[in-house]
Ligand binder design. Structure first.
Ligand SMILES: [Zn+2]
Length: 322
């Protein structure tokens, strides 16, 4: 599904609503069992199985991730999850607008919505799909941050028990996507989509100063984070102000700039490649002004992700470039 048909701003909200509905209903996940048989669990029995009811039998511990495919269709209808076909994972924890029934507003912590980021993640997904010929994995919180914050540890994320299943559904889907990408592709790039108003026209990168992309930096050096085919580098070339500026690094630091604010939250810390079971993870905080034109922003971000994956993506990829 290309972005072009949605170029008319007036039908965008409706189109997104429909797409979100399809995703929530597991529409795009219907092919999961046969994909799993082809890519993740070659020893699993082949079809005959009901595609939408039964997962392939798993016969080896190495295919533990395949057993968890069901989790990619989130158990909460306030979490949108899409199973991907390429080693790209898009998550958006703070764009949700739906109140969780029976849950009052949180009294502590940050509760502001990252306006437009749930829709932005869907639009980026569409653009990446068009560019790389396969869908990214997608995990989007539709619940409002006032009720639960998916970018915080559980102890700080919610105050009412009724919020817990939705928070846990988000992380079950994220974990399942990460595990499956590791099994299927040998890694992935996870983009954590946020919005900020502190520097309204900038995009702020957060990797805990390289920690959450440890494996990428080991493999390809700082240029994979700041060079011409990096995601921030591509966006800088497209005219966006990127923070930190690559040349900012003090003497002795890698030449990738020093992240001093929005430097990476709970999600990239939990799923980043400094963890043995993680993947390379970058938090991107999109400035308010940049989110005013979501079609353009999604196109540019999608193109940057595609360029990055072609240059630095896992070699084991079975879909990229076809
Ligand atoms: Zn945020």
């Amino acid at each position: 599904m290309a972005i072009a048909p949605y170029a008319s701003r007036s039908i965008l909200p409706l189109a997104l609503l429909i797409l979100t509905g399809l995703l929530s209903a597991g529409f795009f996940a219907a092919a999961a069992p046969s994909d799993a048989a082809a890519h993740a669990a070659p020893s699993a029995p082949q079809p005959g199985a009901e595609a939408d009811e039964q997962l392939p039998a798993v016969t080896a511990p190495a295919h533990e991730a395949a057993k968890r495919l069901a989790e990619l269709v989130a158990s909460s209808d306030l979490v949108t999850a899409q199973r991907g076909q390429i080693p790209v994972i898009l998550v958006a924890p703070h764009g949700g607008l739906v109140r969780i029934p029976g849950v009052p507003d949180r009294k502590a912590g940050v509760t502001v919505t990252d306006t437009g980021t749930a829709e932005l993640a869907l639009l980026i997904s569409q653009r990446v799909t068009a560019k790389l010929g396969g869908k990214p994995y997608l995990v989007v919180a539709q619940f409002v941050r006032k009720n639960a914050d998916a970018n915080r540890p559980a102890a700080e994320a919610f105050e009412a028990d009724a919020a817990r299943p939705h928070y846990e559904a988000f992380h079950a889907a994220a974990r399942a996507a990460v595990d499956e990408c590791r099994t299927r592709f040998g890694g992935a790039i996870l983009i954590d989509v946020h919005g900020q108003a502190r520097v309204p026209d900038a995009i702020v990168r957060g990797t805990r100063n390289g920690k959450t992309v440890s494996r990428l930096l080991e493999r390809s050096g700082a240029e994979a984070l700041t060079g011409p085919d990096s995601i921030p580098g591509r966006l800088a070339a497209a005219g966006y102000q990127i923070l930190p500026v690559a040349e900012d690094g003090p003497a002795g630091e890698p030449a990738m700039g020093r992240e001093t604010f929005f430097d990476g939250g709970f999600i990239v810390a939990s799923y980043g490649s400094h963890n043995a079971n993680g993947v390379d993870a970058i938090q991107l905080e999109f400035g308010k002004m940049r989110r005013d034109d979501p079609i353009k922003l999604a196109r540019d971000v999608g193109d940057a992700i595609a360029a990055f994956v072609r240059r630095y993506g896992p070699q084991k990829s079975d879909a990229v470039g076809k």
